[in-house]
Design a protein around this ligand. Structure first.
Ligand SMILES: [Fe+2]
Length: 296
């Protein structure tokens, strides 16, 4: 029997009473999926989840995206990528070390408007005792708590996100913090225009959708002004009382909705401790009824 325990007034729920290494019944999966859309972030502790079982669970949400970094795929399971600081016997990295996750963002800010609804799913294989927490905030609550006049204004605006801008910014600040991209790779990341306030395709709720480091333009504002507005909105969204902080332990599975929630890593001050996460991502297709209801 599944039990649900909300974790924060704005978002997050812990679900207990399930073993995801075994097939999950349709009824239980529906409960989990309903909780996912209601609470935006789901935490399930104490799992023993082989990569294949995680991939099977992920596929029930939608269409997995396969990471381009084949060298970090879990063996035989390309839907699952390894993140962390582990090494191969020859000293080369066996997992992707994300050096720049400690910025508030949505994992779908560089996707087309129709494909921003997606679930990111992290399973913690091993973690040091401190550092590397993941923080979340509700994009719904962020929008709802803005003054009414500002809400009306923001509803009229679009935001242009571009991944190359984010990557270039990291390289300029710290050349070791990101990969320089070839012209061919850069071409894979065109500008993406999004509604600054997205109507969630499943819940119909209004969500602030902005990732400051990717912002090139908001409405008709110049780039600098657009960046400033994006940062102000995210500062509002991430005021301390609005943040849910997840401290990892081995066996945790955490997954979140990239439209209804934003996330950020905390500084990775875990040098010397081993961290290994299995990451999956799936694009979620809302049903025709859900799309019609959320557009109404
Ligand atoms: Fe992320």
């Amino acid at each position: 029997m599944l039990q649900l325990k909300p974790l924060h007034p704005d978002l997050g729920v812990e679900i207990s009473g399930c073993d995801l290494s075994k097939p999950v019944s349709e009824a239980d999966f529906q409960t989990i999926k309903d909780a996912f859309f209601r609470y935006s972030v789901v935490v399930i502790h104490d799992q023993k989840l082989p990569a294949e079982a995680q991939a099977s669970f992920l596929r029930r949400f939608g269409i997995p995206k396969i990471s381009q970094r084949k060298e970090f795929h879990a063996p035989g399971v390309p839907e699952i990528g390894r993140l962390g600081n582990t090494k191969n016997p020859d000293g080369t990295p066996s997992a992707f070390l994300d050096r720049h996750g400690n910025l508030w963002h949505s994992d779908t800010a560089s996707d087309e408007q129709e494909r921003i609804l997606g679930v990111t799913m992290l399973y913690c294989v091993s973690t040091p005792t401190s550092g590397g927490d993941t923080m979340f905030t509700s994009s719904v609550k962020a929008f709802d708590t803005l003054p009414p006049d500002q809400r009306s204004e923001l509803r009229q605006l679009t935001v242009v996100h571009n991944f190359n801008k984010h990557n270039d910014g990291l390289l300029a600040k710290n050349p070791g913090s990101a990969m320089p991209l070839s012209a061919e790779d850069r071409a894979k990341w065109p500008d993406r225009e999004h509604n600054l306030v997205c109507i969630h395709p499943v819940t119909g709720k209004s969500c602030l959708f902005v990732t400051p480091t990717l912002v090139k333009k908001i409405g008709d504002h110049a780039e600098t002004e657009s960046e400033k507005l994006a940062e102000e909105l995210v500062a509002h969204a991430t005021r301390p009382e609005a943040v849910l902080r997840h401290k990892w332990r081995s066996g945790d599975l955490v997954f979140w909705d990239n439209v209804a929630a934003m996330h950020s890593a905390s500084p990775a001050n875990y040098e010397g401790g081993e961290r290994l996460m299995h990451r999956g991502y799936a694009y979620i297709e809302a049903s025709a009824e859900q799309k019609a209801a959320s557009a109404a």
